[in-house]
Design a protein. Sequence first.
Length: 114
Amino acid sequence: MGRKVLDSWAVMAYVRGEHPAYDRVLDLFGAAAAGDLDLLMSMIDVRDLSSLRVHTVVLNRNLILDAARWKARAPISYADAFAVATAIEQKAELVTGDPELKRFRGQFVDWIGR
């Protein structure tokens, strides 16, 4: 089973019906519901999405410190730093289309933006 971390950009693009992100996130929700994908999200990014089989990753000291290190290293928001740190900690790809995170495309980011 694969693992993916959604960031708030991906969820908001889904809520707003923005394509192509909407279709990609819908597919991820379907895969999670079928038990084919472990879909995660940092608790800092959004409220409970457990009804969509998105598991919330609870913050711990190491995750907070890793997010702070990412924030210090790259010109990204603090919420984005938590999304990055969560994906790396969970050994998962980060699903996003956030322009701030495009620099990480091909490394640990599954790009769903334009």
